[in-house]
Design a protein. Structure first.
Length: 136
């Protein structure tokens, strides 16, 4: 089963959900990402194109009556960003999570721990706290 979940024509980017993995096609290169050796970098382009991606994902979710985490690895991406202390991407990812209204208990737990992590800026830690409060 392979479902195209995102297509960004301006940059020639496609993201497919393949059941237990994802396939990213970008600039003619194909990358397969599975849950056992997950790395989130190929998904960051989605955050840079949030309007297009969120619109497509929302339509797909509504049409198929599914949840975002069923087809998109948002929890794994968030964990990868936090594990590698990527403040900029965490900031953008938070915006995506709030826009997609997909903050769940696993992500709240991850973010709750992260809001005390001094490796992230004070401003970002306040934003994390606000995101958790908005969704509770």
């Amino acid at each position: 089963m392979e479902i195209r979940i995102i297509y960004i024509s301006e940059i020639n980017y496609e993201c497919y959900f393949c059941g237990n993995c994802w396939k990213i096609v970008y600039e003619g290169k194909t990358t397969h990402i599975d849950m056992n050796n997950f790395y989130g970098y190929p998904f960051y382009i989605i955050f840079e194109n949030i309007e297009t991606a969120s619109q497509q994902l929302t339509m797909l979710i509504n049409k198929n009556n599914i949840l975002l985490p069923d087809i998109f690895p948002i929890e794994l991406i968030l964990k990868d960003i936090i594990d590698h202390h990527q403040g900029y991407w965490l900031n953008v990812c938070l915006y995506f999570i709030i826009k997609m209204e997909c903050l769940n208990s696993n992500m709240i737990q991850l973010l709750s721990t992260t809001q005390n992590n001094k490796k992230f800026s004070q401003e970002l830690r306040h934003k994390i706290r606000k995101a958790i409060l908005i969704n509770n």
